[in-house]
Write a protein that binds this ligand. Structure first.
Ligand code: LLP
Length: 430
């Protein structure tokens, strides 16, 4: 199936560019994205009526534009993600009457800014993850006949880590499935129309679990009845990060959902639109974080490569014990020959947990890597999703630039943050 991630521990080039040249041109650390991989991943999902990009995975405006040009619609979880979508050329209203909403705001709350913007300024479609959202929107737009969809928690969930499991009674996400009746009452009260259901049960779904979700969707959709126009199966399509992991069988994934659609279409006598809402699947494999080795330490049996990126740039390893492919390239164009060694890769932060080679629970692990020196480069792979967007300014580190590699061109799509930008909002006391 199309692109396969490269798991070798030497990586001389990315999308036709020498890693060393990218590092020289843009400095390190730097995120680079291969546009061709994003296009390929979008094309994989052609069977779905709507591919709605969950931009939380990577919300850079150029990535949004690229996906919009492919035909993707977009999901937003905050008012500023809505604004990003607008800047990238999406509109609030459907292109044609009855068509899918280009932007959907899916969240469990409205903060005041989101509610004000969506109620008064820009009527993007809302997918409500709590009954309070129906109340709050309803009070502001009563009688306008606005459509809403409901994000349901069907009572169970699944995720690649407990922190990405978004269903079940311990999850804060979605409206509890047994509260559907109450939602109808609220909607009627405010003159809102419930036209869709959405179930995103967690990142890293599998087919067995999906069958249960499909059953739950059928059940709830029947309760909504004929006003239902859309069902969304949420995101969560996995990508293989480690050797031995695999993609989900997309044809089977789609078939299971299409069965729900067919069932509902014959029950209701009209077309039901099937949406999928991936973030990771569309962008993860396109991204690499290029870093430079700044220190090499040998302590008894341990070899450390300390690089200039830390969990301020890529938080997934410290947050979830996530495994990312790690490969090296020489900084000076030589080939990294010689025997590989077990190494620990860490960053510059003043935290002992600032280690890229770690398991869930913070246990340090090792990777077989070539022998490298200060000035050589370490590439953290499959970092296009939940990489740059989860970066922070911890230790007053500056946000890394992002570069898009497309048709032989390398274009900066986000400049490196400057020190002046870092402190711009801070005020000195008299
Ligand atoms: N739709 C909704 C409502 C979501 O909450 C999410 C992810 C997605 C779609 C997209 O899920 P994806 O296809 O990307 O798995 N920071 C974590 C992932 C958190 C996902 C949060 N919600 C990570 O780095 O793995």
């Amino acid at each position: 199936m199309g692109y396969e991630p490269a798991f070798g521990n030497r990586r001389e080039e990315i999308a036709g560019f020498a890693v060393a040249e990218l590092a020289r041109r843009f400095g390190t650390p730097v995120y680079v994205y291969d546009a061709a991989v994003i296009r390929q991943r979008y094309a994989d999902l052609a069977a779905f009526d709507v591919v709605r990009y969950a931009q939380k995975a990577c919300s850079n405006l150029s990535i949004l534009k690229l996906l919009r040009e492919q035909g993707a619609l977009v999901d937003a979880v905050s008012v500023n993600e809505v604004r990003r979508a607008l800047l990238a050329g999406y509109t609030a209203e459907p292109e044609e009457k009855g068509g899918p909403f280009p932007i959907v705001y899916t969240a469990d709350i409205f903060d005041q800014a989101a509610l004000d913007f969506i109620a008064d300024e820009c009527p993007v479609h809302v997918n409500c993850g709590s009954m309070d959202m129906i109340w709050q929107l309803g009070e502001r737009v009563a009688g306008q006949g606005r459509e809403i969809t409901l994000r349901l928690n069907p009572g169970f969930g699944h995720g690649h880590s407990q922190k990405t499991n978004t269903g079940g009674d311990q999850s804060k996400h979605g409206i509890w499935f047994e509260d559907l009746e109450r939602c109808f009452e609220l909607a009627v009260h405010f003159g809102l129309k419930i036209t869709g259901l959405h179930m995103h049960i967690g990142s890293g779904t599998d087919l067995e679990h999906l069958r249960q979700v499909c059953g739950a969707m059928k059940q709830s959709a029947r309760e909504v009845g004929t006003q239902l126009q859309t069902i969304s199966c949420g995101g969560g399509l996995p990508v293989p990060y480690r050797p031995g992991e695999s993609y989900v069988d997309l044809a089977e994934y789609h078939r299971l959902w299409q069965e729900v659609v067919d069932f509902l279409e014959s029950a209701f006598g009209h077309k039901i639109r099937l949406e999928v809402e991936p973030g990771r699947y569309l962008v993860a494999e396109s991204g690499s974080l290029i870093t430079e080795i700044r220190a090499v330490k040998r302590q008894k049996g341990n070899l450390f490569y300390l690089v200039d990126a830390g969990f301020n740039n890529l938080a997934r390893p410290i947050m979830y014990g996530s495994w990312h492919p790690i490969a090296m390239a020489a900084g000076d164009g030589r080939y990294l020959s010689g025997d590989d060694e077990e190494a620990i890769v860490g960053g510059p932060l003043c935290e002992s947990g600032d280690i890229f080679t770690q398991e869930e629970g913070g246990f340090v692990s090792r990777r077989r890597l070539p022998r490298g020196e200060v000035g050589d480069l370490v590439v953290l792979g499959i970092t296009g999703a939940y990489g740059a967007v989860m970066a922070s300014n911890y230790n007053s580190k500056l946000l890394a630039p992002e570069v898009l590699l497309d048709h032989g061109q390398a274009r900066v799509i986000r400049k490196r943050q400057s020190f002046e930008q870092l402190v711009a909002n801070e005020l000195e006391t008299e």
